[in-house]
Design a protein around this ligand. Structure first.
Ligand SMILES: *Cc1c(COP(=O)(O)O)cnc(C)c1O
Ligand SMILES: [Zn+2]
Length: 391
């Protein structure tokens, strides 16, 4: 059965050129990631709040706005429609009474990387990819390995030695070929690039295929739908490669064109760790791109990305929405993790804790105003990182 996807092209956000979505596509000739474009005018006639509301509680409820054309190619482990919960005690403690958390810790593989993997692997399957390859800080590799296993597609992964051990175990269990690298994710990326050109693997690196972002954008759709198609004032996102933030920004634009969401778009906030904050620095210096961050190091491994391919898209999203970029220390992250667990029963991942820490700092500065609704993305389950709090 057809999904009735309204995808109409792949477009380069840098040079504006259009690319075919019916064949395997990676970067634009100009080096930029490609973004999927949909015929939203046509979609508007069939995609309504009511039609969406009748569907199963997973991210495929937005299938017309996802790139997979045939339902037979959908590879699913039940991802999406994660809870959006109020944090009354934690919110009160930092002066943000309208604090919400989107809890991605309950999704398959324990992190929101499952969203990108579900849509990315499904589309790779539809395009006939034989072997998928990617560098990863751990969670993306684990998620893609899981969905590749489900799809019956081979997966080759390069991961830093310092990545959380659980992700190694997961990749191995899912049957992926795993290489451990004494270096950063950027070093892993070089190995994968070699394999892609030498062996013809399908390059599934962050933003080097256009569909992972489509999976992650569904967080934006869900937040809106769960608030009755109203939007929060602020969305705070722990930013590594920035895919989720770019995706949420894209979802906001699509929802506006579709007439789904009301009100001003939320101000988007990118949070990084003080030990690796290339996007925060670029934002503060008014630059359009970030510079490689030397000596990147933080307890929040998922956001330990010294230079992101899509940095210019993240910076654009922050500026277009009147957003902000904020760095938090590892100390603040660990304290935020303990506080959320003790006051809300939420054992968030260090990255999610970084978002909570940033909310406190932005409220203190007055950037978050009294009475505003603020949604934090908790991008993964704290129980994936049992050593972090010293237990
Ligand atoms: C990958 C990851 C992030 C960062 O995601 P991007 O979309 O690449 O910025 C944040 N938190 C966790 C737990 C992650 O695994
Ligand atoms: Zn281009």
């Amino acid at each position: 059965m057809k999904t009735n996807s309204f995808i109409s092209a792949l477009e380069c956000p840098k040079c504006g050129s259009a690319h075919d979505f019916r064949t395997q596509a990676h970067l634009c000739g100009c080096g930029s990631p490609l973004l999927a474009v949909y015929d939203l005018e046509a979609a508007k006639k069939t995609v309504t709040k009511e039609s969406i509301a009748r569907r199963k509680a997973d991210l495929w409820r937005y299938k017309e706005l996802l790139p997979v054309l045939d339902e037979d190619n959908i590879v699913t482990l039940g991802e999406g429609m994660t809870p959006l919960l109020p944090l009354p005690r934690a919110g009160k403690a930092i002066g943000v009474e309208g604090l919400l958390i989107k809890d991605e810790g309950v999704i398959p593989t324990g992190t929101f990387k499952a969203r990108g993997a579900a849509v990315g692997v499904s589309k790779a399957k539809e395009l006939g990819a034989a072997v998928l390859a990617m560098p990863t800080n751990g969670n993306a590799g684990a998620a893609w390995a899981a969905y590749a296993a489900k799809a019956g597609i081979a997966m080759s992964i390069a991961m830093p030695l310092g990545a959380p051990p659980i992700c190694r175990t997961e990749c191995a269990a899912y049957g992926a070929e795993l290489r451990l690298v004494d270096g950063l994710i950027s070093d892993c990326g070089k190995l994968v690039a070699e394999d892609v050109s030498r062996l013809g693997h399908y390059d599934a690196s962050t933003l080097k295929e256009p569909y992972r972002i489509e999976g992650k954008k569904t967080m934006g759709y869900e937040i809106a739908e769960q608030l009755g198609w109203r939007l929060p004032d602020v969305i705070i996102y722990p930013t590594g490669g920035g895919v989720g933030l770019i995706g949420i920004h894209k979802a906001l634009a699509e929802m506006r064109a579709l007439g789904l969401a009301e009100g001003d778009p939320p101000r988007l906030v990118a949070v990084q760790a003080e030990g690796c904050a290339p996007i925060v620095r670029a934002f503060e210096e008014g630059r359009e791109e970030s510079e490689f961050w030397e000596g990147a190091n933080t307890v929040a491994f998922g956001i330990n990305v010294p230079k992101a391919l899509g940095d210019f898209l993240v910076l654009r999203a922050l500026r277009e929405t009147g957003g902000a970029a904020e760095a938090v220390s590892d100390d603040e992250i660990l304290r935020a993790m303990s506080a959320l667990a003790a006051t809300e029963g939420q054992f968030v991942c260090p990255e999610g804790a970084a978002a909570f820490a940033a909310a406190g700092k932005l409220r203190e500065k007055g950037w978050i105003r009294e009475g505003e609704t603020v949604a934090l993305l908790n991008t993964g389950a704290g129980i994936k990182y049992p050593g972090v709090l010293g237990g």
